[in-house]
Design a protein around this ligand. Structure first.
Ligand code: FAD
Length: 229
């Protein structure tokens, strides 16, 4: 954790997700889609090492993050790091390492996201909108409930980006179902480049389906570990 960031502001983007803005250290370079591993200025959390995606763009003066907060009372399987992050106030410090990660813009495609897994796609889609346009791009985004959709209005306002939302745990205006092979086939087809990020069970299932329907690994943009083994 070789950089110190100071929190400038924090606001909610959904009921359990916050947008944090930090000052940006000199010479902190990254490309859209990369993440930083965090440590907190709290005993026991200094070397927490959890990855969070930088959601601002490389030419901005600030570093933004959008982080889902899991409180340990409701999520006993979580380790308390994001609960602590939810308690940060402006002026607090966090420690981050140099940015890393394999997800990058490799051209138009279908962004398949689950919950907070949409975060790497935020800067990629925003930069693509600015520089290349959204031709050939779709966001297929699964959440448990309507209220969990991160930046819904932002996605819907991006001209040319096709948005396909589903919810899996509650009724609402969008299809209530999982993203699976049948849904991908019906909505976009397999002759596409796919970016995938979400909970581990979703990563495994979607990558399995894409491969089963003939999508080559070069057209599946994920953290590389998911394509190994
Ligand atoms: C490199 C990296 C960077 C990260 N950056 C961030 C970050 O910046 N901010 C952040 O908050 N988190 C980040 N994370 C954490 C991670 O992305 C989320 O914890 C993860 O995506 C789970 O999100 P969730 O709890 O919102 O998903 P959930 O709400 O549990 O699930 C999302 C959706 O996926 C569906 N789903 C689950 N299993 C399947 C399946 N088998 N098939 C189809 N659909 C399924 C669910 O039904 C639901 O609709 C990062 C992780 C990594 C590895």
């Amino acid at each position: 954790m070789n950089h110190t960031l100071t929190l400038q502001s924090k606001e909610h983007v959904t009921h359990d997700t916050v947008h944090l803005v930090f000052d940006r250290p000199a010479r902190y370079h990254f490309r859209p889609g990369q993440a930083s591993h965090w440590g907190l200025d709290v005993p026991g959390f200094r070397d927490a090492g959890k990855p969070f995606t930088i959601t601002s763009l490389p030419d901005q003066d600030q570093l933004d993050f959008i982080i889902k907060i899991y409180n340990t009372a409701d999520h006993p399987d979580h380790d308390g790091v994001t609960e602590r992050i939810g308690q940060l106030v402006p002026g607090d410090r966090v420690f981050v390492d140099d940015p890393s990660g394999d997800i990058r813009d490799e051209g138009p495609g279908v962004f398949v996201a689950g919950g907070a897994g949409v975060t790497p796609f935020i800067p990629i889609i925003l930069e693509r909108e600015r520089n290349n346009g959204m031709r050939g791009c779709a966001l297929m985004y699964s959440n448990k409930t309507e209220d969990d959709i991160i930046l819904r209005e932002t996605w819907e306002a991006i001209g040319g980006l096709r948005t396909i939302f589903v919810t899996t745990d509650a009724s609402g205006p969008h299809p209530q179902r999982k993203i699976d092979a049948a849904f991908i086939d019906e909505m976009v087809g397999f002759d596409n480049r796919f970016y995938v990020c979400g909970p581990p069970s979703m990563m495994k299932a979607v990558i399995h389906d894409l491969r089963a329907y003939g999508v080559p690994d070069e057209q599946i943009i994920v953290e590389k570990k998911w394509l190994e083994g």
